[in-house]
Design a protein around this ligand. Structure first.
Ligand code: SF4
Length: 258
């Protein structure tokens, strides 16, 4: 597909621009609320089953960067910039190469170890923060809820590689859903610290109707499904549990809750 603009103003706090190289995301996370994008794309397929490639993204970015810009650009806000199709098309990489010559702070968030392919480019960016989203210590749960994304163990490996390259990666534990037990969350925090993260930001589960149905379906008949149902009916108690859990951590790196 052709896009008119690739650098678009963002309403996300702290972000001036969003750059989404793709429309759609084959990671297909069951809790993904970017599925609202179907309203704008007009697609009838279910979220996670299609990806449109913005083939002219680099051309548009080159044109947009002719005007001097400042601020932070988030890559990406409603797709994953390193989902599998990026290995074939390299749209994210071509945009990053252009951004090495721009005066923008680049913020990258991904669930994929494919980001390690571009470490040499990331090191050339004038200003960068790179984060991995990791939501559970369990590869099995990751495969269940994030079926198209690399499992936790692979993401932890990518985290270690980014840290070894001196890029000081952070980790977004989001969502830390109620189907993850507090003891598992603590185990995950330790894994993240051991892999070399610079900080951890935790976010709770957003109980949007579309995501609740998808997650409940995946957890049907599972003990985790019971905890999810409990949290659905007791959202304040779930939030209190999350707040207490994060406050109780004594880690050598910063940890905070959205
Ligand atoms: S990686 Fe992000 S954008 Fe892609 S499906 Fe998962 S939550 Fe949605």
């Amino acid at each position: 597909m052709q896009c008119k603009e690739i650098l678009v103003p963002s309403k996300i706090p702290g972000m001036d621009y969003a750059l989404n190289p793709y429309t759609g995301c084959s990671h297909g996370c069951s809790y993904c609320y970017a599925s609202f994008m179907n309203r704008f794309t007009g697609r009838r397929e279910s979220w996670g089953s299609y990806v449109d490639v913005k083939v002219n993204a680099a051309d548009r970015l080159r044109a947009q960067l002719r005007r001097p810009r400042q601020g932070t650009v988030l890559i990406s806000s409603v797709t994953d910039p390193y989902q599998p199709i990026e290995a074939q098309f390299g749209i994210t990489r071509s945009c990053l190469l252009l951004l090495t010559c721009a005066n923008l702070h680049v913020s990258i968030l991904t669930k994929s170890d494919l980001v390690c392919r571009d470490i040499h480019i990331l090191k050339d960016l004038p200003s960068l923060e790179v984060g991995l989203t990791i939501t559970t210590p369990s590869d099995a749960l990751s495969r269940l809820l994030e079926e198209g994304a690399p499992p936790t163990s692979v993401r932890l490996g990518a985290l270690a590689a980014l840290a070894a390259a001196g890029l000081e990666p952070w980790v977004f534990v989001a969502p830390l859903g109620p189907y993850t037990y507090p003891s598992e969350a603590e185990a995950l925090f330790k894994m993240i610290v051991d892999a070399g993260a610079s900080s951890i930001l935790v976010d709770g589960f957003n109980f949007y109707p579309a995501t609740v149905g998808r997650v409940a379906e995946r957890l049907r008949g599972d003990r985790r499904g019971k905890r999810f149902a409990w949290a659905l009916a007791n959202r304040e108690a779930y939030r209190r549990e999350l707040t207490g859990l994060v406050a109780a951590q004594r880690l050598p790196i910063a940890i905070s809750l959205c």
